[in-house]
Design a protein around this ligand. Structure first.
Ligand SMILES: NC(=O)c1ccc[n+]([C@@H]2O[C@H](COP(=O)([O-])OP(=O)(O)OC[C@H]3O[C@@H](n4cnc5c(N)ncnc54)[C@H](O)[C@@H]3O)[C@@H](O)[C@H]2O)c1
Length: 339
């Protein structure tokens, strides 16, 4: 599917918190025009359209039919990602869909099939790996200086109480789950990406504060297809912001804390590689640049649909294990051997 020669015409579905970051990223990117935005909340759509110099819609179907878009960014509630992707594919429009790709593996497969059949790019917004710290962490691990990865621990806090985020995040039908489906997808992405293969087995426990219908806390043990082991803990309350990954390798370790920086350690001595938190918009701009380049050139995006599905499959395995009380496996055809 070719793109407009005069510039990449981008549309946005969902003008909420993260939609604003995608718009900022698009405005920083040469050759990209935010042509149209859509939200069922007409005021929100109108405000963002005005800021972006775009046309506002309250129906994504109408926007796709009217606007000759090259690509669309989908930042709506999780359970709506699949239907919106199918609509974009049917209109011949490339898709960058926010994480989690969808709420079920079956929906992910339908999205992959529809985009393949339409010849459009399907990229999934696992934005974490597009930041500067992530790129530096990847360089260190790929250089081999620390030896092979053996184990990973991932810890993340996220205040998960009513009022802390838009109401739909607490609706299992729209959100598909709680802290694991939402922020846990970033942690499971880090484990898969830095560990170098897919989550194959999971033994997890989840629980919920109060009378919420989604889980607010989770912990678990996972095995990747290449033998790397990982533990994760996603915690809802009582702690300051922690988002830390420790990658233990044969000859040392890498510690990556999103708010604090990146360190490498050998022989018990930790050396800083980078300090401080990053501006989120930089990673969003790098992600959008990768997406538009994939659309123009026909090469795959850095994070494709099969990868996005492997993260959703890992989340579903967490839920299956939490409900059965037993270790659970991800089906073989959903695994990815690479990064
Ligand atoms: N990559 C990241 O770091 C990151 C951060 C936050 C959120 N997210 C993801 O981004 C997505 C959106 O999250 P958010 O925090 O921006 O939520 P939000 O509630 O702020 O925004 C969602 C918007 O979608 C709109 N919407 C709902 N139904 C719609 C429909 N049928 N058509 C058009 N618009 C519709 C809502 O009115 C709302 O404005 C989710 O997938 C979330 O997990 C990613």
């Amino acid at each position: 599917m070719e793109t407009n020669e005069s510039g990449f015409r981008l549309g946005l579905i969902g003008t909420g918190i993260v939609g604003a970051l995608h718009i900022q990223a698009a405005q920083a990117l040469p050759g990209v025009t935010v042509a149209a935005v859509c939200d069922i909340d007409a005021d929100a759509a109108g405000r963002m359209a005005q800021e972006a110099g775009a046309v506002a819609y309250t129906s994504h179907e109408e926007m796709l039919a009217a606007e000759a878009l090259d690509g669309v960014v989908i930042t709506a509630p999780h359970a709506l990602h699949a239907g919106m992707t199918l609509a974009a594919a049917a209109a011949g429009v490339h898709v960058l869909v926010e994480k989690p790709m969808a709420t079920s593996v079956e929906d992910c497969t339908a999205m992959i099939d529809a985009c393949e059949a339409a010849g459009v790019v399907l990229a999934v917004g696992h934005v974490v790996r597009f930041g500067a710290l992530a790129r530096r962490a990847e360089e260190v691990l790929r250089s081999g200086e620390l030896g092979p990865v053996r184990a990973i621990s991932q810890r993340r806090t996220s205040h998960y109480a009513k009022g802390s985020r838009p109401e739909w995040f607490f609706d299992p039908g729209l959100a598909g789950g709680g802290i694991v489906m939402n922020v846990g997808t970033h942690g499971l992405d880090r484990i898969q990406w830095l560990g170098g293969s897919s989550v194959q087995t999971v033994h997890a426990h989840t629980w919920s504060h109060g009378d919420l219908l989604i889980e607010t806390d989770a912990m678990g043990f996972v095995g990747l297809t290449n033998g790397v082991k990982a533990i994760f803990q996603f915690t809802s309350a009582g702690l300051p912001y922690i988002d830390e990954t420790v990658v233990q390798c044969e000859r040392g370790a890498l510690r990556w804390s999103a708010p604090e920086g990146l360190w490498v350690s050998r022989g018990g001595k930790e050396t800083p590689l980078a300090a401080g938190a990053e501006e989120p918009v930089d990673a969003f701009a790098a992600q959008l640049a990768d997406f538009t380049e994939a659309c123009r050139s026909g090469r795959p995006p850095r994070v494709d649909g099969a990868y996005g599905r492997s993260v959703v499959a890992a989340v579903r395995a967490v839920y299956d294990s939490a409900s059965s009380g037993q270790p659970e496996s991800v089906a073989g055809d959903l695994l990815r051997s690479g990064r």
